[in-house]
Ligand binder design. Structure first.
Ligand code: FES
Length: 177
């Protein structure tokens, strides 16, 4: 089945979105020029822009839904699908490519069982690729959230990801009857 472009927030996130908009109604006047700051604020809190958030912003600013969705999709900074707690960005620029970023990415994809743009089922990771971080001297480069890792090889990348994964307890298995 094809994935919808704009994801909806799952049921358990509904109260989060209500809290967010209660706060935003106090912070913003609802002027059309506040559209981008409002989208940024919603994404900071929710991790992405669910369809409900964009519709609510349209209501508050009295802009059409088409205008809000069109503006949000115009800017690369906005996401429309949920992301993992850790965003793993692998550089695919020329310098990193020459130093083996393709193999690095392949290893990470294999380890996390998720392709770029997809969140792992445990909600921990999302893999992304980037054209260049501007740190070419450190190639190949991977960034996890705000931490930059340079001169990376596959075993070090796996160690870093394994450390993160191991720091989260595995969900308990349901006890058998
Ligand atoms: S090419 Fe990877 S940081 Fe520039």
């Amino acid at each position: 089945m094809e994935q919808a472009i704009y994801a909806e927030l799952p049921e358990e996130g509904r109260s989060e979105i209500e809290d967010l908009f209660n706060e935003m109604r106090k912070e913003f006047k609802g002027r059309p020029e506040e559209l981008i700051p409002m989208l940024q604020r919603a994404q900071r809190r929710l991790g992405f822009l669910p369809e409900q958030a964009m519709l609510e912003i349209a209501r508050i600013t009295r802009l059409s839904a088409a205008r809000v969705f069109g503006t949000a999709t115009f800017y690369a900074q906005f996401r429309f699908q949920p992301v993992g707690k850790y965003i793993v960005r692998v550089c695919r620029g020329t310098a990193c490519h020459v130093k083996g970023s393709d193999r690095l990415l392949e290893t990470i994809v294999g380890y996390l069982h998720a392709v770029p743009g997809q969140m792992t089922p445990d909600g921990l990771f999302t893999i992304e690729t980037v054209a260049c971080f501007g740190s070419c001297a450190l190639a190949p480069v991977m960034v996890i959230n705000d931490s930059v890792y340079g001169s990376l090889n596959r075993s070090r990348a796996l160690k870093l990801l394994g450390e993160i994964r191991n720091s989260f307890p595995l969900p308990k298995l349901a006890s058998l009857p």
